[in-house]
Design a binder for this molecule. Sequence first.
Ligand code: NAD
Ligand code: UGA
Length: 468
Amino acid sequence: MSPVKSVCFIGAGFVGGPSGAVLALKNPDVEVSVVDLSENRIAAWNSDALPIYEPGLLPVVKEARDAETRPQNLFFTTDVRGTIKRADIVFICVNTPTKTAGIGAGKAPNMAYFESATRMIAAEAEKDTIIVEKSTVPCRTAANMREILKAIGKPGVNFEILSNPEFLAEGTAVADLMRPDRILIGSMQTPSGLEAAEVLANLYGSWVPKENILKTNIWSSELAKLAANALLAQRISSINALSAICEATGADVGEIAYAAGLDSRIGSRMLQASVGFGGSCFRKDVLNLSYMAETLHLPEVAAYWQSVVAINEWQKSRFTKRIISALYGTLTGKKIAVYGFSYKKNTADTRESAAISVVKDLIAEQAKVCIYDPQVTKAQIWEELDISGCHIDDVEKFVTIAKNPYDCASDSHAVVVLTEWDDCRQVDWEQIFDIMERPAFVFDGRRVIDAGKLQRLGFHVESIGRGN
Ligand code: NAD
Ligand code: UGA
């Protein structure tokens, strides 16, 4: 196969943008184009106000995009069709959200964007092209793609499909892409499939050590992505289930996680008890796996994975119930300061954030909710609450946004920590105590507050996984 000259990423989102930028930075001889249908998104990628907040990303983008220190090889454009025609490799990075209607609604992934991208490649490609599934997709998606490509592709044009799932986490995307634990490449085990896998491996090989590039059959690769997210989410639901036992017994879930995590077979990561996992993928991918099991007539397997999501939902509502109960059974008219709305720190992404459910429940109790988040805009919070089913009149009536944690906490009965942002954690708690109502409560949904210190200041502190 001739050397790769041009690659295209379809979907300029959290995956396509950063992945394209790092690939361009590390392969200066390859033209990398990131395309999207959204003009606003592409305009933002071409500016210094990138459409996603991701630490360390702007310098990477600028170096490859702005041609100040080297020739430009990173382009953001809405010319999807023209870019596909030039590309030797096309990465599909479009969204695959959970279906909201029809068969499998609330469980199955909506593959409409993915299929539309596949059809566009089939219709436009004029030379042999490697198509890479980077979006997270159900196992055997490549078989569906193959049929579409065969039916629509131009005569004489050959396609090779690879699965190359993305494992980056938001907030650490640049570091994850620069030093990935592994790069997984799945291909058909045919000579042309193996050759295509080698071509892709060589692109990654310009910065990823060879031993970290794993090649498998295509179905294993597709399923391995869902398996990885399901196993990570399952760890969080397991520790969160234990957190409830801790609160009832006087054990401390931090000590439990530390003690268990020292066993090298268990390991310490992803065992931080919380108000519940959020983000666009864990819930979606666990449900995707569960739905797949259902369609494969494996109801016990489906129920097992479904329970990971069920515990997560329960954890969120359990936390709000604890707030209500500690505040003497009524929140009506009480100001509640909410610290953090994004689903984790260092991202402005609010998709599936635990904060949405908690704030929704607080509104239902007629609390006066004041939210501080260093990155999330009011419009985004309003949109999430609207989508979650809150009546917009109630949002206007009960929710306000603060510019800093102090205004947020002023005259409040309780501070509720929902995201572990450093500037929420590192406030001057003595000052916060002075400006709050009495008794002053802190509910720590992230276990990032020094409960002992706050108790000495006079706070009543309730933390996930710690009994009082
Ligand atoms: P996203 O919503 O941020 O971005 C997807 C982009 O694709 C959008 O900008 C959308 O406009 C664009 N798009 C949709 N259809 C298109 C088409 N036909 N042509 C051109 N553009 C099109 O999504 P994301 O968070 O980047 O996730 C993308 C995929 O990667 C999903 O399958 C997700 O599960 C997976 N993933 C996400 C993450 C993450 O951290 N967000 C990590 C690993 C894997
Ligand atoms: C996750 C995976 O970590 C990535 O490997 C994967 O590529 C990505 O999903 C995806 O497929 O989209 P992400 O959702 O960005 O990444 O972030 P995580 O750090 O995994 O956190 C997810 C949620 O779990 C957050 O709400 C976080 O606060 C919560 N969490 C995480 C815990 O409650 N406890 C933990 O110990 C770790």
